[in-house]
Design a protein around this ligand. Structure first.
Ligand SMILES: Nc1ncnc2c1ncn2[C@@H]1O[C@H](COP(=O)(O)OS(=O)(=O)O)[C@@H](OP(=O)(O)O)[C@H]1O
Ligand SMILES: Nc1ncnc2c1ncn2[C@@H]1O[C@H](COP(=O)(O)OP(=O)(O)O)[C@@H](O)[C@H]1O
Length: 500
């Protein structure tokens, strides 16, 4: 056997545990055995009776199930820790390894690394400030803090007599999540706050864990940072269940609302119904941002609203991948060209990625096999997502016959902007009748193999945002139909007024 243990990049859930364990944010040293995991899942206690909220398990591929040790790496392959394995086990068709962790180099991957402070760093900072040992209220949030949440935090600070706050922001490992918006709210807090970004398992990181168990796990983390109580910021109108088995008290608050008579936030039950105004929910907030409307001042502090508007610009300025799909000759290129012109005329920057042109440059040399078509579509999706990242509109017009590949492109595009799918559903007979390039005749004669619609599949989309059929329709009308749909969604500025 060689001296090198096999390497594994854990999935998001195990990775989140790995980070918390190695930073000292959880009072455990590694991943659980089958008996420990089952006991925790079923009864909320370890086999010795100690309360513990969430199973801490490491799923591994079958090839690693018998390993004596395992090198755990970040997604780029950099070593994070060695697992000294005590045994493998199988559950729900997956292999797992139990064992203790030996940390290696400090992690560097992921978003906002400099804000992912370990408990020891916060303890040192407090010792230097002379506040170590004083009351510390932890607030856990995965969402922006608006006036309602800030009022609730102020009330909890008063009740706890806390002179300091620890704000724990739960974000996915690879994105900033709500952290910038939460940072924008710090100045509105009544006492100085330490801001720490972390990724809690079970929420953003994968398998669902019941809210009370998740909050108990968060209480262990908060305690490791020196907090003596934890407030979990609730969503609009949300009341979280009570928590048992936590190492520090987890505070609960009822639903709060704005008292329009006094302009103050208070428990909804204490406000006269006629003067009670609920906070907008997430969908309403997103809709206001999409339309470019300012968030009302009674709802959100100006700095928080500004940060949210930066992160989610109005639809008329947000990057967009406008993706046409359909058979050869259906009208994709013609309509895409016309739409791109009008998108440009409306004042947006636009890049046209037409099927034919892409095939000549970006995808030169590729065939029409499934693998090559998929590669072609992924390349188009990648370029489109980059255009959208910078606020541009990428208009794409390939056949893109496979639903799975289109879904991949949608996911890629939505990571940097919006995605709008137009199915140009002109029937095959009409496309074949047009046969602009004589390709259908050649395909029928067997001279072109794997021709879409003739000898190769076309999977019609079920997730199109717009379906058009160009049969017997003037080109300008087809273009106008797409432009109107974009305008209706606020993706283009309103039509310019013609006064003359
Ligand atoms: N076997 C086969 N099947 C389909 N199409 C063929 C084939 N061979 C050549 N062509 C010509 O290539 C154009 C389609 O290229 P795309 O890049 O859009 O296709 S795909 O999305 O990768 O499937 C397509 O152009 P459009 O008519 O603009 O769609 C055809 O002219
Ligand atoms: N309403 C319409 N929209 C788009 N194309 C139309 C329309 N009516 C007729 N056509 C004709 O259909 C053909 C479509 O070709 P093209 O745009 O290259 O399709 P694709 O890119 O899907 O292969 C063109 O010759 C175009 O003039």
């Amino acid at each position: 056997m060689s001296g090198h243990p096999p390497a594994l990049t854990p999935g998001p859930e195990a990775m989140a545990f790995l980070e918390l364990i190695r930073s000292g944010a959880l009072p455990i040293q590694g991943f659980m055995t089958a008996a420990e995991a089952a006991s925790v899942r079923e009864r909320g206690v370890l086999p010795d009776g100690t309360p513990w909220p969430v199973p801490v398990v490491l799923p591994v591929p079958e090839s690693a199930a018998g390993a004596a040790s395992l090198l755990l790496t970040d997604p780029e392959g950099a070593p994070l820790a060695v697992l000294d394995a005590t045994g493998g086990w199988r559950a729900e068709g997956r292999d797992h390894l139990a064992g203790t962790l030996r940390p290696q180099a400090a992690p560097r991957y992921g978003a906002l690394r400099r804000l992912r402070s370990a408990p020891a760093e916060i303890r040192t900072r407090r010792a230097e400030a002379g506040t170590a040992g004083g009351p510390l209220l932890a607030v856990l949030t995965g969402r922006p803090l608006h006036h309602r949440a800030l009022a609730q935090i102020r009330a909890a600070v008063r009740a706890a007599g806390a002179a300091e706050l620890l704000v724990l922001v739960d974000t996915p490992a690879d994105s900033e999540g709500a952290a910038p918006a939460v940072a924008a709210a710090l100045a509105a807090l009544p006492v100085p706050a330490h801001l720490v970004v972390l990724t809690l398992p079970g929420g953003t990181a994968g398998a669902p864990v019941p809210a009370d168990r998740r909050d108990a796990l968060a209480a262990h983390v908060a305690a490791a940072y020196g907090a003596d109580r934890l407030l979990v910021a609730a969503g609009p109108g949300e009341e979280r269940p009570p928590v048992g088995g936590a190492p520090i008290p987890v505070l609960r608050q009822p639903v709060w609302a704005l008292d329009t008579g006094t302009g103050a936030w208070a428990p909804a039950a204490e406000i006269e119904p006629a003067r009670r105004r609920a906070e907008p929910d997430d969908a309403a907030t997103a809709a206001m941002l999409d339309r470019g409307e300012p968030l009302p001042e009674w709802f959100s502090p100006r700095e928080v609203a500004a940060e949210l508007a930066r992160a989610r610009p109005p639809r008329s300025r947000r990057g967009l991948t406008l993706f046409f799909t359909g058979l050869s000759g259906s009208g994709k290129s013609t309509v895409a060209r016309g739409v791109a012109e009008q998108v440009g005329a409306a004042g947006r920057t636009v890049t046209l990625l037409d099927g034919d042109v892409v095939r000549r440059l970006l995808s030169a040399g590729l065939t029409f096999s499934r693998a090559d078509r998929d590669l072609n579509i992924r390349r188009i999706g990648y370029v489109a997502a980059e255009v959208a990242r910078h606020g541009g509109v990428a208009v794409c017009a390939p056949i893109a016959p496979y639903a799975a590949t289109r879904a991949e492109v949608r996911a890629m595009a939505e990571a940097t902007g919006d995605f709008f799918l137009v199915h140009v559903a002109t029937p095959l007979e009409v496309c074949e009748e047009r046969d602009r390039k004589g390709l259908y005749a050649k395909a029928r004669a067997g001279e072109i193999p794997e021709f879409t619609g003739i000898s190769d599949p076309y999977e019609a989309p079920e997730d199109a945002d717009l379906v058009i059929d160009t049969t017997g329709v003037a080109e300008s009308d087809s273009v106008a139909a797409v432009v109107a749909a974009l305008r209706a969604d606020g993706r283009l500025p309103a039509a310019p007024r013609r006064d003359t």
